[in-house]
Design a binder for this molecule. Structure first.
Ligand SMILES: [Zn+2]
Length: 358
């Protein structure tokens, strides 16, 4: 039975095109009853099941959605230097046109040619399992027909690309990403990646003294600046070929930061360093150098700022942070005040709804 027939005549649902994004609960319930697969698991097979980690919402009418998603973090440019953009009708990562790309090795088995939902989003260039480029194919929703290029032999992706894509895959499948310095929540990874993609698309005239970082990255991957764009448009609506170059530039940027070739001023750039950055040296061998006293207070303020940023997406962090801030506060009035302060910082109050003092 074809998917369309099964949906329309058997399950009473006429739309095939919303299956990947937001299938209605009634349909999922019937599918769960028929297949024996739990409802929660079925839900995670659509983009709707990835809210709020991969994206804040599927509603494209939220004002300042782009600003909230892509402009609260910074990697290549200092946060205050960036121009906040607002666009009408925007949703993170969902392309205007369907993307048909797949891994030639994953599709090697003619009996099991499953098209992964992750391949339908402009998130990865390579297959995280095989390290080869995803290739374009002709197909209908949910089904592979044939490769666009007649020679589908796998092409190995660069190390920078495979490292980035494996992290994205780890975020999607485990909910966190192991970075050199520490493990971060998947929500932070996706937002940081989207931030980086936007930074790479910033006109150089707006970057002031920091334009060199962008130039360095684009030269590093051998493409024209901003992948040849002169007008700004959000990543999701860019031409697919331009998006590939943007993703490759993001991978290159991460690689350059991680190998300490560049040290950009963005707040989250240090997440890619394996060791805390040492101060500039006076040229003497290390043992003869004066030991700089560690400024614990400064370190603590930095850690709290990072925790607040993560608490906006991670209920667990939000609760830990709240427990810390509530230390010594026993009366309901001060706790309420604290809740209001957390809400003001952009931490969703529902993250704290189950919070109880012991
Ligand atoms: Zn593969």
């Amino acid at each position: 039975m074809e998917v369309r027939d099964l949906l329309e005549h058997d399950l009473g649902h006429g739309q095939v095109d919303d299956l990947d994004t937001a299938p209605p609960l009634s349909l999922l319930t019937v599918l769960s009853q028929r297949s024996g697969i739990e409802l929660d698991r079925l839900r995670c097979m659509s983009v709707a099941g990835w809210v709020p980690w991969l994206l804040d919402s599927l509603d494209d009418q939220i004002p300042a959605a782009l600003e909230t998603y892509a402009f609260q973090f910074s990697v290549l440019l200092p946060r205050h230097k960036r121009k906040i953009r607002t666009v009408a009708r925007w949703r993170a990562w969902l392309p205007r046109q369907p993307i048909n790309r797949a891994c030639p090795l994953c599709l090697n088995d003619p009996a099991d040619q499953a098209i992964l939902l992750a391949w339908k989003l402009p998130l990865m260039l390579s297959c995280p399992l095989h390290g080869c480029w995803l290739e374009a194919y002709w197909g209908v929703p949910g089904r592979f027909l044939r490769w666009e290029n007649t020679d589908p032999s796998p092409r190995a992706a660069s190390e920078a690309i495979t490292v980035m894509d494996r992290r994205t895959w780890q975020a999607m499948t485990t909910g966190y990403v192991e970075l050199p310095r520490r493990r971060i929540h998947a929500g932070l990874w996706f937002r940081m990646l989207r931030t980086l993609l936007d930074e790479l698309n910033t006109p150089l005239s707006m970057c002031g003294p920091y334009a060199g970082y962008l130039r360095h990255v684009w030269e590093g991957c051998g493409y024209s600046l901003r992948a040849g764009q002169s007008l700004w448009r959000p990543y999701e609506t860019l031409d697919p070929a331009v998006r590939f170059q943007m993703l490759e530039a993001a991978a290159t940027a991460i690689h350059l930061i991680e190998s300490r070739v560049i040290s950009p001023p963005g707040e989250q750039a240090t997440l890619f360093w394996s060791e805390p950055q040492t101060e500039f040296t006076n040229g003497l061998p290390a043992k003869e150098r004066m030991q700089e006293p560690i400024n614990y207070w400064q370190e603590a303020v930095k850690a709290i700022n990072e925790a607040v940023a993560e608490a906006r997406h991670n209920p667990e962090t939000a609760r830990s942070l709240f427990a810390l801030a509530a230390y010594g506060k026993r009366d309901s009035e001060s706790l309420e005040r604290l809740r209001a302060e957390f809400a003001q910082e952009g931490i969703p109050p529902e993250f704290l709804s189950h919070y109880e003092l012991d």
